[in-house]
Design a binder for this molecule. Structure first.
Ligand SMILES: [Fe+2]
Length: 197
């Protein structure tokens, strides 16, 4: 099954090397060693693998490559011990393709695949790391504090500054995004309680 992650990484590297927003955010890591992470299953991963709303246009090979390892991925449970609610926990999914806790080890950048089912609200949250979202498939509205939400589709990107609160809302489609973190990436995201009241 390692070849599934290799294929995902190859597709992600091709995206990195050809998309100027991603290139400007950070160079793709030079050395990425296979970390041999165990799989960890969550219900939302299976949901993603059967989601028919993830249309992707020219990014279909990338979409299929990052979905393929879903049964072997070490799915994260970032919000397990929060008050975010069971509906969110059962329909939102994220795995770290590369990074210090990723399937490939990197100390310079973290790269995640993030999935949300349709009609789901990912509440306000923030983290010290600077972040870039690239939409691979589907669509979602993204908001940052003080700004109106913007609907993003495949090929679109959004940048989040360090500790800038942001949220995400899906509508009739799910969304699959490639999310990169740089700087101060050891601290996990937390819900921005003052905005979620
Ligand atoms: Fe974020």
């Amino acid at each position: 099954m390692k070849h599934l992650f290799d294929d995902a990484l190859t597709q992600i590297k091709m995206l990195h090397d050809t998309n100027e927003h991603i290139m400007n955010f950070g160079k793709f890591p030079d050395t990425l060693e296979w970390a041999g992470l165990p799989s960890f299953a969550i219900p939302a991963a299976k949901l993603m693998s059967t989601d028919t709303t993830l249309s992707s246009h020219e990014y279909e090979p990338l979409r299929d490559a990052v979905i393929s390892p879903w049964q072997y991925a070490n799915w994260r449970e970032t919000y397990r011990d929060t008050n975010i609610g069971d509906d969110f926990l059962s329909r939102f999914a994220c795995y770290e393709l590369f990074g210090h806790q990723g399937h490939f080890h990197s100390e310079t950048m973290r790269g995640f695949l993030v999935y949300s089912d349709a009609n789901l609200y990912y509440p306000w949250h923030h983290h010290p790391a600077e972040e870039l979202y690239f939409i691979i498939a589907g669509e979602a509205s993204f908001a940052t504090e003080g700004n109106e939400a913007k609907l993003l589709k495949p090929g679109d990107t959004v940048f989040h500054e360090s500790n800038q609160p942001h949220n995400m809302h899906t509508h009739e489609n799910g969304v699959l995004a490639y999310v990169i973190w740089r700087n101060e990436f050891d601290t996990a995201p937390v819900l921005t309680d003052r905005l979620n009241a």
